[in-house]
Ligand binder design. Sequence first.
Ligand SMILES: Cc1ncc(COP(=O)(O)O)c(C=O)c1O
Length: 432
Amino acid sequence: MSGRGSSPKLALLGGTPVRGKAWPQWPARDAEEEEALITALRDGDWGGFPLPNERSATFAAAFAERHDCKHALCVANGTVSLEVALQAMGVESGAEVIVPAYTFEATASAALFAGCVPLFADIDPDTWCIDVESAAALITERTQAIVPVHLAMTVADLDAIGSLAGKHGLAVLEDCAHAHGARWRDRGVGSWGDAGSFSFQSSKLMTAGEGGIVTTSDDATLDRLHALVNCGRQRPSAAEAVPVIGHNYRMTDLQATILEVQLGRLDRQHEIRARNAGRLGAAIEDINGLVNLRIDDRVTTQAIYQFVFRFDSEAFAGLDRDTFVAALAAEGVPADGRFYESLPVSELLRPDPARYPAWSEALARRPAADCPNAERAAYRESVWLPHQLLLGTEADVDDIVEAMLKVQRSAGDLAGLQTAEVERLRQARSAR
Ligand SMILES: Cc1ncc(COP(=O)(O)O)c(C=O)c1O
């Protein structure tokens, strides 16, 4: 372990960090991407038009098969994929759509872009995915869809969501932006709802820098998707015309070329991450004040986009979560605390009554405090570690654990520091 000889003084206070070495690089890439890109470049057929272009069609077919879906359509990113999926599933303008309060803002903003009204359900306190009872309490005659997010390293309870949706006639859109290749009861995520949405943004488990994809097994949904992402043009084999004004949300074939290579690596990376996550999770079990998220037994293949755990300040001399994260990062372990906000109070999602009157009214009817689990996760408990930290060796995992233990041993040295002082120390460290 590279940290064994390190000074007990916390790196945030000027000590030697546990970890000085670089972590595995992300995006992972090698000669395969280079060769594939050069071939595509020489070919001259770079774009997404005609839709689907050859490479994106090949990649989408492989991605659909990997997730047990009949179809997939590549799009520009994982925000527009949510937007067009809602529309293609038949969710009407003005309809209410239930989303979890703890997720990336795009899960909710995409519903707004589709003309809908997103309402926030709280999350399960142990899995941090949508709490189905909280979602059920939001259903009105205006509700048409529910959007579970498979958060970070787990899968939302697709059985309970399916039953709820079936009972109330709701469409289900799975937000799988974190969950490429994950399986629930040995069937791919993105195949349980009416559609699934994935992101290929640069931090994600597969990436082309940007990009997204929608999965579905419904032919009519695919026909509508085609028109929506291709300026209203009809899918050549569409059963009937889809009269919509569509965007240009096409993905380029250069991106699809990279993604085909990345899909080929996914299973091997899953194995490495799962093995290292097992080691890290076992170590966390033994650290007072750190708690693993509960992973449901029905998650038969786990995709780990970020390793997430819960932090309890009492076991760390009363340090708040953000100070713990700053201290961990100073020890050389990239970590984030406020990775996501609680969306009802997010600064990126301020309701603008002039532009979104129905949404603003709906939010006013429901106090933000109705999502206490999301608040606690966002502002007090959550610690997020990027997945590439788990793409290396057991010794890398041991460095993460040693950094956590070091911060715990010396937590008293940071107790009582004000937020501004922690920020000053953090900046001073990163300027070195
Ligand atoms: C849960 C979730 N949904 C949607 C998105 C939007 O994806 P993109 O950044 O590709 O637009 C992201 C990622 O950034 C995400 O994490």
